[in-house]
Design a protein around this ligand. Sequence first.
Ligand SMILES: Nc1ncnc2c1ncn2[C@@H]1O[C@H](COP(=O)(O)OP(=O)(O)OP(=O)(O)O)[C@@H](O)[C@H]1O
Length: 263
Amino acid sequence: MEPILDVQQLTMDFGGLRALDKVDLDVRQGEIVALIGPNGAGKTTFFNCITGIYNPTGGDVMISPPKNGAAQRINGLKPNRVTEKGLARTFQNIRLFQNMTVLENVMIGCHCRMKAGILGAVLRGISTRREEEAVVQKSYSILKKIGLDKHVNDFAKNLPYGAQRRLEIARAMATEPFMLLLDEPAAGMNPHETQELDELILRIRESEGISILLIEHDMKLVMSLSDRIFVMDYGKKIAQGTPAAISKNSDVIKAYLGEEIDA
Ligand SMILES: Nc1ncnc2c1ncn2[C@@H]1O[C@H](COP(=O)(O)OP(=O)(O)OP(=O)(O)O)[C@@H](O)[C@H]1O
């Protein structure tokens, strides 16, 4: 099967520091792929290069969206253009609009698919109003899937931590992605919240057909969810394979300096 995300020889220099050194990674339709590695390995830089936050120094970021399969190179596109292409992400640190409601946070995610421009929003003609109603419906239905529909009118800041992380995923889903990139989605979660997250990610893949690329330090979650794992250390890819193969890989064990990697 052709990859829907095909990253080749991705390189990123910050002055004299090579944070990414010719990294290859691919994701196929319907896969859950994890990117792991010790602190400072380059994982977030990798996400930032794919999602338009950084313009990589070298290499290619190619996507083949499942709906219109033609391969496109997305290096150097601005983050909002990357989102429009169907790649949506969450961040290591929660980035919600804390003083807005849960529903409003998801509605903002819908914005990139709305047709009404500034003039439409000002004049509020019938088509704009219909579109706004559709956005409310769509946002509500996403929140239902994510299990946050009881909280639609709560302020984001009043949600428990695990629910805030799930709200970020809901907002990303509102952009209608073919792939979600999740940067440490389980960070700070308790075991119960992590278990809920595990089930949620599987459900998103099964019922929405959305492929997932995630950075995660929780090895139990990584091993249970992933179809394939890519491992980085010091900016280089040092291994790739199934969870079973990765947990036995001697380079990976060495990179983690004996840390527990098989969950
Ligand atoms: N904007 C930047 N300017 C300079 N150096 C940077 C920048 N962003 C990242 N780096 C450096 O690039 C390297 C990789 O960092 P990165 O945050 O991508 O690692 P990581 O694998 O995501 O780590 P962690 O697991 O701790 O989040 C580090 O040495 C970091 O200090």
